[in-house]
Design a protein around this ligand. Structure first.
Ligand SMILES: O=C(O)CCC(=O)N[C@@H](CCC(=O)O)C(=O)O
Ligand SMILES: [Zn+2]
Length: 345
């Protein structure tokens, strides 16, 4: 059945990597169970079950950064299993491979970080257009078309799957985008635990990330999920991704009621307390380049400075994630976190 849809010897990943949409494109097919499959374009597969089981709709994205290959391979396996009839899709689901051009060169991005360009930032006044600004617009339009085709009371769940550049004291962690006046629902926290993600970072400021787009614009429960570290295609130990693989399958098949809410108790929450921005020429990040995510810094530690100001930790321990001084001026050069105390039993 797969062969009728993809070009010979191709699948979702290889056709995207090789820029090989068959000509003339075979953009639609129906699976044996009546699920309609639509290729919206390169790197976008929409599965629409004949009779969705409930109001939940799903978006699983990977490759927003092209060198973060493990989640791409996980999603591709799942797509292959769907075409092979091994996994049933009971909910409308969109699989997206975010940045095919950067996958092809095995880099985080081609021109600029795609994960800063959503929520219209791709078209901000004075913004120079490039491959990533164009891709952000295309991804936004696909997401919108997918959502608009669903009933009004649909509830969107979006997992944007990544791997991190550096090692981490907490190998897997999820980021919950900032939306004023909301908390991460306990059920979602339990889902993260079921995916072997035992740490959640609650964002405190608005962002132009893909998960922020779906949270802010569509009221989705969205997470950016960091699942390990960057490796070339074919060099990932996929047994380390069994947790996320099984969560995605449970959600596709509407079998997640087996996840007990009490699993949320096994997840540590951190709150972003300071976003480090590259302030310009005199900006200096006072953190070793190879420090791991969640490295702790105690009161008094100098984190960054420029010719006008400096930032030191005050009070309780703060933890760094994503330190990177080589980002463009105005962009995030790291995030500092505080651990949220666990509620008293
Ligand atoms: O390892 C790193 O330094 C970056 C990993 C990464 O790509 N992280 C995402 C997080 C997005 C978010 O804040 O939700 C990113 O920086 O885009
Ligand atoms: Zn990433």
């Amino acid at each position: 059945m797969t062969l009728n849809f993809f070009a010979p010897n191709q699948d979702f990943l290889s056709e995207t990597l090789n820029d090989l949409i068959p000509a003339p494109p075979t953009n639609e097919m129906t699976l044996d169970d009546g699920t309609r499959v639509t290729r919206m374009g390169l790197g976008a597969l929409w599965f629409q079950p004949k009779s969705p089981t409930d109001e939940q709709v799903l978006i699983f994205s990977s490759a927003i950064h092209g060198n973060e290959t493990a989640p791409i391979e996980v999603c591709n396996h799942i797509v292959n299993d769907i075409f092979a009839g091994k996994i049933k899709v009971l909910r409308p689901t969109l699989f997206l491979l975010g940045n095919p051009a950067s996958m092809r060169i095995a880099e985080r991005f081609v021109e600029e970080n795609l994960n800063r360009l959503f929520l219209g930032k791709h078209s901000a006044e004075g913004k120079t257009q490039n491959l990533e600004t164009q891709r952000a617009q295309v991804l936004e339009s696909w997401v919108d078309e997918f959502i608009q085709a669903q009933p009004k009371d649909s509830q969107l769940l979006h997992y944007d799957l990544h791997t991190a550049i550096r090692g981490s004291h907490r190998e897997k962690f999820a980021l919950y985008p900032y939306v004023p006046n909301r908390d991460a629902p306990r059920q979602q926290v339990a889902f993260m635990c079921a995916a072997d993600v035992h740490t959640i970072l609650l964002q405190s400021t608005p962002a132009g990330t893909f998960s922020a787009l779906t949270s802010v614009k569509y009221g989705a429960e969205s997470f950016t999920i960091e699942l390990g570290s960057v490796n070339p295609f074919g060099e990932n130990d996929l047994s380390r991704y069994e947790g996320i693989h099984s969560l995605l399958c449970l959600l596709l098949e509407a079998r997640e009621s087996c996840i007990e809410e009490s699993q949320a108790d096994a997840v540590d929450l951190f709150v972003a307390c300071h976003e480090i921005l590259n302030t310009g020429d005199s900006f200096e990040l006072n953190i070793e380049e190879d420090v791991w995510n969640f490295a702790p810094y105690e009161s008094g530690a100098l984190i960054w400075k420029d010719d006008q100001q400096e930032y030191r930790v005050e009070g309780e321990t703060q933890y760094i994630v994503f330190p990177n001084s080589k980002v463009p001026v105005g962009q995030r050069a790291g995030l500092l976190l505080k651990k949220q105390p666990s509620p008293k039993p």
